[in-house]
Design a protein around this ligand. Sequence first.
Ligand code: NAD
Ligand code: 3PG
Length: 586
Amino acid sequence: MALAAPLCHLLAAPPPSTSAAADAAHDHAGALAPHSRASPLRRRGRLFLACRVPAAAPSARGRGVAAAATAAGRPTVLVTEKLGDAGLELLRRFANVDCAYELTAEELRAKVSLVDALVVRSATRVTREVFEAARGRLRVVGRAGVGIDNVDLQAATEAGCLVVNAPTANTVAAAEHAIALLAAMARNVAQADASLKAGKWQRNKYVGVSLVGKTLAIMGFGKVGSEVARRAKGLGMDIIAHDPYAPVDRARAIGVDLVSFDEAISTADFISLHMPLTPSTAKLFDDETFANMKKGVRIINVARGGVVDEDALLRALDNGTVSQAALDVFTEEPPPKDSKLVHHEHVTVTPHLGASTSEAQEGVALEIAEAVLGALKGELAATAVNAPMVPAEEVKIGYSSSRDPDDLDTRVLRAMVTKGIIEPISSAFVNIVNADYVAKQRGLRISEERILLDGSPEIPIDSIQVHLANVESKFAGALSDEGDIRVEGEVKDGKPHLTLVGPFSVDVSLEGNLILCRQVDQPGIIGKVGSILGKMNVNVNFMSVGRTAPGKQAIMAIGVDEEPEKEALKLIGDIPSVEEFVFIKL
Ligand SMILES: NC(=O)c1ccc[n+]([C@@H]2O[C@H](COP(=O)([O-])OP(=O)(O)OC[C@H]3O[C@@H](n4cnc5c(N)ncnc54)[C@H](O)[C@@H]3O)[C@@H](O)[C@H]2O)c1
Ligand SMILES: O=C(O)[C@H](O)COP(=O)(O)O
């Protein structure tokens, strides 16, 4: 949001330097350091911030991307695996696209610092080292498919890089492949095909088993799992499913019973795996699990090789617990050439072809191209897998709006408030992706409140209030006696304006250079400050004055075109009635 970050930035004070960036901020502020005679400069206090925001205010991230795109030309997208033509064409309309397949890890690290987005499928390992090598430039990783186990999401989040996937376009393809493997395995299609091509005619050897009336357990009743269930029902199979997170109603609606893990594995004739690879599903199918299965069970895996302990599966095949397996995915891809599992006579294999239909690949490519381009434009991606979804707690942000609270997405605003608070006091780069993570890491916990107004729902947010405890302020005059800082702002003609600082009303455009000066209200101060700036060749582009009461405390907000010399700031500070001032570059 255009306003939230500058307002918070305005009030956050850099601590003693703890990093290179903080050092730089201090050095920069050396000539510009907050100055006060009357009170300690950095008082701890509470920040209360309220600002008005118009409907059309663009997101800060969006503006940043647009600005970057304008300054540096089109964004660059690196595509490291084969992508459908329609998706590539779409990407090429808005970005420079570098298709570089089969890169080594080293080559990927070398390229990634030169691109704004990276598009991968399952073969590219986007590791922490890749995000580190990107050195902050990489803004989006697009996974042209579902599984994101090849992307280090934690490292992406820490680097402020959004990860988006294409979760729906290959669902049917994967389900169809599971059914193809199920039928092929039951009827020994692959083995019989190889035998006949080798000149043999082995009708007795390849007697299969029927599917009708058999129990199929779907492990992971998500998009692919439920499509497999529908299709298998059509084959006359009885379907049970295990999924700790699947809604019972959805399963019931397609005639599937959700059962426990133990019941599923111990009663099924066929087991089809459709859960993601996560730390909790890794090697879920191990010796113990196989031992609890019905003797002679048949297993299909089009999910991820890593959910199965492949050595344990081999043992289960050898001892007859598992009579057949059909595998599209492997722990290591491609699997070693001499893999006993791949060469096992009771195992049917395909080289990770679940998503490989021309229809699915075109769909996935378009889905991911749209998501990546949207993310590069600063839009909130619906398929983001690491954007913050859960509000943090403690610092309180209130949004006054005429919109239904459910129709109010505040992630960008929350991120910008966090950015305004954290960036000036650290070397962190904060954006929509990592804001909650960085805030939590630094002990800044945020809660949000929506205040419903009577008005037009066309205007998403009318005002924002932020309560922030235990921040330090560069400008002690903004602190109330209770230790709160109150700031108000409003966006006028698309520009953020500061309208209140603590007890002082002002009207200041939050752009460019700003001197905030607190003094005792008396005639002549404006002239003195103006003449110092004039003598130093600093052009004043606006000035706004506010006071608590005649003759009491007053504030001057002065917009200046040039950054004043240290000497000019010192002279302002030396004016007897000036109690403190701060120079801010916005
Ligand atoms: N072989 C391929 O080419 C191919 C193609 C598409 C998808 N996939 C893989 O299939 C998997 C599923 O894809 P999807 O689109 O259905 O995803 P999905 O997110 O819609 O479904 C996954 C389901 O697994 C469930 N789950 C999570 N942990 C579980 C556990 N411990 N036990 C049981 N269920 C659990 C989730 O609740 C969810 O309902 C993914 O790993 C994906 O990568 C492979
Ligand atoms: O998770 C997926 O979408 C599938 O495993 C497909 O992977 P692929 O894009 O490498 O074919």
